[in-house]
Design a protein around this ligand. Structure first.
Ligand code: SF4
Length: 169
């Protein structure tokens, strides 16, 4: 898996101060995508063990101030990214069980929850921002998403209740 960047003190993508990883690879090709260069799975740099360790070290060092991890893209749920992120998140959750994990996907909750492959990654996270960016529903006043069709979903509550529970309206 490649990534286009890591923001180590991100206050925009999710709640609180976060570490945000922007992975490469996306097949959704939304019109006026904010980050179209990352459609190419080979864009950016390889997400190596060394990079993983840098992230872990950062969380150790700033444990008190960093609320969690955010996965954006591109699309973290792009096919090739799923096994790499599952392995990474498994280690991350083991080391930092109190941190929350937010994930953005071009797929909707309805599609993700019906797909064993997509769900295997998303179920490891806490909050999902779902669906493609739709230019005709663009709304700059929304928090953590660009268009009105996208939802901020509490993953674990949605699993427990087998319905879509939004984290914010
Ligand atoms: S899902 Fe995200 S990265 Fe992919 S095309 Fe849409 S806005 Fe761009």
């Amino acid at each position: 898996m490649n990534y286009s960047g890591i923001k180590y003190t991100d206050m925009v993508n999710g709640e609180g101060i976060r570490v945000s990883i922007f992975v490469s690879g996306c097949t959704h090709h939304c019109q006026e995508c904010f980050n179209f260069k990352t459609w190419d799975k080979d864009y950016g740099d390889l997400f190596t063990l060394e990079v993983e360790n840098q992230i872990f070290e950062y969380f150790k060092k700033y444990d008190k101030s960093i609320k969690g991890l955010s996965l954006l893209g591109g699309d973290p749920t792009f096919k090739d990214n799923i096994p790499v992120l599952i392995e990474f998140l498994t280690k991350f959750k083991n080391k930092f069980p109190s941190k929350d994990i937010w994930i953005w996907s071009g797929y909707t909750w309805e599609v993700i929850s019906q797909s064993e492959e997509l769900f295997s990654l998303v179920k490891l996270c806490h909050i999902l921002v779902d669906g493609k960016f739709k230019i005709d529903e663009k709304d700059l006043t929304l928090k953590w998403r660009g268009s009105r069709n996208q939802r901020v979903i509490d993953i674990q509550k949605s699993i427990d209740t087998q319905s879509i529970i939004k984290y914010i309206l």
